[in-house]
Ligand binder design. Structure first.
Ligand code: NAP
Length: 250
């Protein structure tokens, strides 16, 4: 018996990195998991990995900047598992690097869409379902950049700080309805996205900078997500949990 037996989870960005680890971890403690990702093939592969390990999972192609696609993904979750009790709104990216005066307005808008508006759109429909069906639990992925901006990433840092505010707002407005909403702020985590942006030398520089002396593992974020979805955190609501091995000083 797992501590999330019978729960039905919607996980965005579940085909890779932190989302994939989160999907595996939630399924590992009994949750039924719908893996939603722009990369429909990758999402299907992760669902198959989970089923091969004895868990329950399905997948759906979903662009989290598209409200209709989110609604379709959530409907698929309810249809597959008979409900929606957990959501891990995790998809996002840190594409592009420029200081503010060099940032194209279109790049700004694209980053806000995928990193912040997506969280609003997912929560809008998740909360509507959960408030009518006995409550639930939502975890959003922000970033350490919400606290300490990464150089040259204004839209990303602003969006991720927005996720912290939106999370607190949702907890304030829906806490009395049996819904908890928290956010994780990962530090520097070893994922395909990180590796695509950093060569070996840059990764070594990061390791030397971090008090832990190493990059974080996606499973270390997934463990925090499972805890935030579990009864053990039942009095934790609206919080921003930094999971970074001690790297963020502010
Ligand atoms: P990742 O390995 O690239 O995984 C992200 C997944 O999300 C990919 O499968 C990606 O698909 C998908 N995705 C991207 N845009 C999407 C969209 N519009 N709709 C649906 N799915 C989409 O990245 P990660 O490092 O695990 O990052 C996951 C989250 O953690 C992000 O929100 C990121 O900002 C946050 N984060 C990461 C770190 C880190 O150090 N890795 C630190 C702090 C916060 P494609 O591959 O097809 O694009």
């Amino acid at each position: 018996m797992g501590e999330l037996d019978g729960e039905a989870a919607f996980v965005t960005g579940g085909a890779s990195g932190i989302g994939r680890a989160g999907a595996h971890a939630l399924a590992g403690v009994g949750a039924q998991v719908m893996i939603a990702d722009l990369n429909a093939v990758g999402a299907a592969e992760v669902a198959e990995e989970i089923r091969s390990a004895g868990g329950t999972a399905q997948s759906v192609g979903c662009d989290v900047t598209d409200e209709a696609a989110i609604q379709a993904g959530l409907e698929a979750t309810v249809e597959a598992f008979g409900g929606l009790t957990l959501a891990f709104n995790n998809a996002g990216n840190a594409l592009g690097q420029a200081r503010i005066h060099e940032t194209d307005a279109a790049d700004w808008r694209a980053s806000i869409e995928v990193n912040l508006t997506s969280i609003f759109l997912c929560m809008k429909h998740e909360l509507a379902w959960m408030m009518d069906h006995g409550g639930g639990c939502i975890v959003n992925t922000s970033s350490g950049a919400a606290r300490v901006p990464a150089p040259g990433r204004a839209p990303y840092s602003a969006a991720k700080r927005g996720v912290v505010a939106l999370t607190a707002q949702a907890a304030r407005d829906y806490g009395s309805l049996g819904i908890r909403v928290n956010t994780v702020l990962p530090g520097v985590i070893d994922t395909p996205a990180l590796r695509s942006n950093h060569d070996d030398e840059a990764l070594d520089r990061l390791r030397r900078f971090l008090p832990s002396g190493r990059l974080g593992d996606s499973n270390e974020i997934a463990d925090a997500v499972v805890w935030l979805c579990s009864p053990g955190s039942r009095y934790v609501n609206g919080q921003a949990l930094v999971v970074d091995g001690g790297g963020i000083l502010a």
